[in-house]
Design a protein around this ligand. Structure first.
Ligand SMILES: [Zn+2]
Length: 128
């Protein structure tokens, strides 16, 4: 389940152009095989996270984990992200978030999306 790229129509033209440029660059990377999935497009132009203890780059351990934001009012939004892991010490961090949530509490498929990540053991709760 991947969201297409979105452009904020109220954004200044320069920002929209920049967004297109990043998107185009990302797609070229996917076509060349440098990126495994379209979702990793999000990470183009961003440095990989680094483990400060081992001085090593983290590597994506699981693509497509679901991060469920939980507020005082309950489950709020679910985001698709990547689980990064240090190959030396095993430290893990969730990053590479999509630009918008994959679903939110007011959407019909919200519980279905939560269940689909939970069933695969890929659901991570974020309580803030
Ligand atoms: Zn480490």
């Amino acid at each position: 389940m991947e969201h297409p790229a979105t452009i904020d129509i109220n954004a200044p033209l320069a920002l929209v152009q920049l967004s297109f440029k990043v998107e185009l660059k990302a797609l070229k990377w996917v076509l060349k095989g440098h990126r495994k999935t379209k979702k990793q497009v999000i990470s183009v132009g961003m440095h990989r996270p680094v483990c400060p203890k081992c001085n090593r780059e983290l590597h994506p351990d699981s693509n497509g984990v679901g991060v469920l934001d939980v507020t005082d009012n309950g489950e709020y939004e679910i985001w698709d992200a990547d689980l990064w892991k240090c190959r030396d010490c095993g430290m893990e961090v969730v990053g590479g978030f999509a630009r918008s949530p994959i679903s939110a509490h007011y959407e019909d498929d919200f519980q279905k999306m939560i269940a689909s990540y939970r069933d695969k053991g890929l659901l991570i709760k974020n309580t803030g």
